[in-house]
Design a protein around this ligand. Structure first.
Ligand SMILES: Nc1nc2c(ncn2[C@@H]2O[C@H](COP(=O)(O)OP(=O)(O)OP(=O)(O)O)[C@@H](O)[C@H]2O)c(=O)[nH]1
Ligand SMILES: Nc1nc2c(ncn2[C@@H]2O[C@H](COP(=O)(O)OP(=O)(O)OP(=O)(O)O)[C@@H](O)[C@H]2O)c(=O)[nH]1
Length: 441
């Protein structure tokens, strides 16, 4: 199941960051071997009982004037409505109900998205309940009291959030058409690619109208099969605040990637691969999605015999954490190799869903360990007993070993390479879960 997305919105200073940090806890993934965006605390993975979801904080800056604040809140709400499955509308019991809250509540009500109204800073549930009840006046449901600072009331709040997942996420699950997110920096040609695909392959019309999110989904038919493309291109609402533009574009990328099977990372050939491209690639990599690197505007480049080699080397260096990604050189302008892009998308989807029989996997494991001895530490040697595939999208393997601590990253990478040598798995990451098992059991 894809992970639901929950967004927190609310006025400055109501406690959004405090709540976000409390929920994210240690689970915020600070990724070391590539430049992640997670450090900025814009999104995090949260687990509650048996459910996992992606939490997004749309907050950030503190606007100067009242007018600016409302404009800011409206933008926040629009992004949340567009990207989230459930919205937490956070208000502050100390400041009470203010005008901007009511206006945002009107927007939220019209959106028909599931809203959970949460009242923060209720440090004393007994004394402050009368003030909490005041928020019934917003007309968006029962206010749930919490104290983000002391982590009180989280159980009830999260139960309410999780309750809504059934209706929102399950509807998406019923649709088994492949979903492709087109992601990349501004101006690299994301919209142009989708437009060209639409021009060359007959359009079926854009999906179910009604929600803003569907408006950015486009259905393309090719060889009798339908694909859904999600465009993360330019913010229709141009925010005045630079930090906000960046934050919102990350939020939209996270949401598009979360909902898709494959991400096409578009790079501008006239600019070359950049650190910002690596940040965006990190979002798809973290989520275990299929990744294709499309080097666009290939028509603009003066080429010689080494051009492809040079670009490939640059990409391998800057995007070294996704060596499995497929690369294709395209032009949205001329249509060059867009057919090949489709073939690669198709291949990557198949690889994401590939299942390898346990017998074959264990044969590879036996050969690999015979060829290169597993590492040992203080006289104890790593033993790998058994491997089996437990999931697809991404292909996920469990390896049973005698001692987890002996399984070094480099040896795991070696096993991964052996599996890739045998089956390819181009375009998809592989996930390994290492479990301990007593000998002879
Ligand atoms: N008493 C009390 N104070 C809280 C609670 N939660 C947050 N605060 C305080 O409220 C202030 C604002 O909290 P933040 O989490 O920074 O608020 P924010 O909504 O992220 O603010 P912006 O980033 O400006 O949008 C801080 O001083 C917090 O310590 C709470 O449960 N009780
Ligand atoms: N020469 C050439 N120009 C291209 C190509 N693809 C896009 N462009 C141009 O690049 C510019 C940006 O293209 P868009 O499709 O708007 O880029 P985008 O990634 O959707 O941009 P944002 O909306 O800012 O995220 C436009 O002027 C396009 O005409 C290409 O393959 N070759």
């Amino acid at each position: 199941m894809r992970k639901p997305i929950v967004a927190i919105i609310g006025r400055p200073n109501v406690g959004k960051s405090t709540l976000f940090n409390a929920l994210a806890g240690e689970r915020i993934s600070i990724v070391k071997d590539y430049p992640g965006v997670t450090r900025d605390r814009i999104y995090a993975d949260v687990r509650w009982l048996n459910t996992q979801f992606t939490l997004i904080d749309t907050g950030g800056i503190e606007p100067d004037t009242k007018n600016e604040m409302f404009a800011h809140m409206r933008e926040q709400a629009e992004i949340a409505i567009e990207t989230a499955d459930v919205i937490i509308f956070l208000v502050d019991v100390r400041q009470g109900l203010v005008d901007a809250d009511s206006k945002v509540a009107d927007m939220l009500r019209r959106s028909q998205k599931p809203i959970v109204l949460v009242v923060n800073k209720v440090d004393n549930f007994h004394k402050q309940m009368p003030d909490v009840y005041e928020f019934y006046n917003l007309g968006i449901g029962d206010p749930i009291p919490i104290s983000a600072a002391s982590k009180l009331g989280f159980g009830e709040m999260l139960d309410e959030v999780v309750k809504h997942f059934k209706t929102t996420v399950d509807a998406d699950e019923e649709d088994d058409r492949p979903r492709i997110a087109i992601i990349g920096r501004p101006n690299v040609g994301k919209s142009s690619i989708i437009n060209k695909l639409l021009g060359e392959n007959r359009v079926i019309v854009s999906d179910i109208a009604g929600t803003t999110r569907d408006a950015i989904d486009t259905t393309v038919r090719r060889n009798g099969k339908e694909y859904i493309f999600t465009d993360t291109a330019g913010l229709r609402r141009k925010s005045k605040i630079k930090e906000d533009i960046e934050r919102y574009s990350i939020v939209r990328t996270v949401a598009a990637v979360e909902r898709s099977d494959v991400a096409v990372l578009v790079i501008d050939a006239s600019v070359g691969v950049t650190e910002q491209d690596a940040k965006i690639a990190g979002i798809a990599h973290e989520r275990g999605k299929g990744i294709i690197i499309a080097v666009n505007k290939w028509d603009m480049i003066e080429k010689d015999n080494n051009t492809v080699k040079r670009y490939t080397a640059d990409i391998q260096e800057v995007l070294s954490f996704i060596p499995y990604a497929e690369t294709v050189f395209i032009s949205a302008k001329t249509g060059q190799r867009l057919n090949k892009l489709f073939d690669i998308i198709e291949k990557v989807i198949q690889n994401q869903n590939l299942r390898i029989a346990t017998g074959v996997l264990n044969q590879i494991l036996a050969e690999a360990t015979a060829l290169q001895q597993p590492p040992s530490d203080k006289g104890k040697q790593l033993r790998l007993y058994y491997i089996t595939q437990v999931a697809v999208k991404p292909p996920t393997f469990v390896i049973f070993v005698n001692d987890k601590n002996l399984m070094h990253f480099s040896y795991q990478r070696y096993i991964e390479n052996k599996i890739r040598e045998a089956f390819g798995f181009a375009g998809t990451s592989l996930k390994f879960l290492i479990r301990e098992r007593k000998e002879n059991s």
